[in-house]
Design a protein around this ligand. Structure first.
Ligand code: KIV
Length: 262
């Protein structure tokens, strides 16, 4: 088995300028598939609230749901680093609740790290978690848990603030930072300024790595996709076609054939 990816591996990849590949996963079979395909970091994103649960935002996702999905992903990952995404209200209320909930991802779900949203505003959480031995990936720019404060899923363009946020989370001990929905020139500047890897989503190719939402990139999502998504598959179309053929064959008594009978 190839050597498992750790937070140290990611720092080393930045140093060697090897792009880091991250992808979301929410269950055992896709964790296995993505791990086998060579993904370095499996992020159990709270995006599951939208792509798995069918919600309009990520705000309704609970700790129990995140623990459940993270546990299934951790079982499927042999090489990739598994990062559990802290859901809304699991780290905002107090530092002690934040550390406790972050610890649950490692203790109960088998994750190796957690991710939380926010820059300078959450440095006390990041510091307390890292002091407790919990590796933290930060997430700045378009932070979906703040969708109502941001006035929608909008590209974030305040270069000065983004750089300050990035430097703040690095100083607080984050091992990496997700840059979501920011202009590529700002992402390039932040990437050059930091010693920790930047992982972009809608932030251009100059980040140290990329992350995408699994269902979006495999063509499973039904409906609007952001501009930054590239589709590498057409799984929804394939599934509809396959299931429609099954429906037809059952109705016409083609399936099961003799070869499927005892
Ligand atoms: O929840 C998620 O999937 C994420 C990624 C889009 C970075 O936060």
């Amino acid at each position: 088995m190839p050597q498992a990816v750790t937070v140290k591996t990611l720092m080393e990849m930045k140093r060697k300028k090897t792009p880091i590949v991250s992808l979301t996963a929410y269950d055992f079979p896709f964790a296995r598939i993505a791990d086998e395909a060579g993904v370095d970091v499996l992020l159990v994103g709270d995006s599951l609230g939208m792509v798995v649960q069918g919600g309009a935002s990520t705000l309704g996702v609970t700790m129990e749901e995140m623990i459940y999905h993270t546990r299934t992903v951790a079982k499927g990952a042999q090489r990739a680093l598994v990062v559990g995404d802290m859901p809304f209200l699991s780290y905002q209320v107090s530092v002690s609740e934040a550390v406790y909930n972050a610890g649950r991802f490692l203790k109960e779900a088998g994750a190796a790290a957690v991710k939380l949203e926010g820059g300078a505003a959450v440095v006390d959480r990041i510091r307390a978690m890292t002091d407790a031995g919990i590796p933290v990936q930060a997430h700045i720019g378009l932070t979906p848990q703040s969708v109502h404060q941001l006035g929608g899923f909008r590209v974030q363009r305040d270069a000065e603030r983004l750089l300050l946020d990035a430097e703040a989370v690095e100083s607080a001990g984050a091992f990496s930072v997700v840059l979501e929905g920011i202009p590529k020139d700002i992402a390039k500047e932040i990437t050059a300024a930091l010693t920790i890897p930047t992982i972009g989503i809608g932030a251009g190719r100059e980040c140290d790595g990329q992350v995408l939402v699994l269902h979006d990139m495999l063509g499973l999502t039904d409906g609007h996709l952001p501009k930054f998504v590239k589709q590498y598959g057409a799984l929804r179309k394939n599934a509809v076609e396959g299931i429609a053929t099954y429906v037809k064959e059952v109705r016409e008594k083609i399936f099961p054939g003799d070869e499927h009978a005892y």
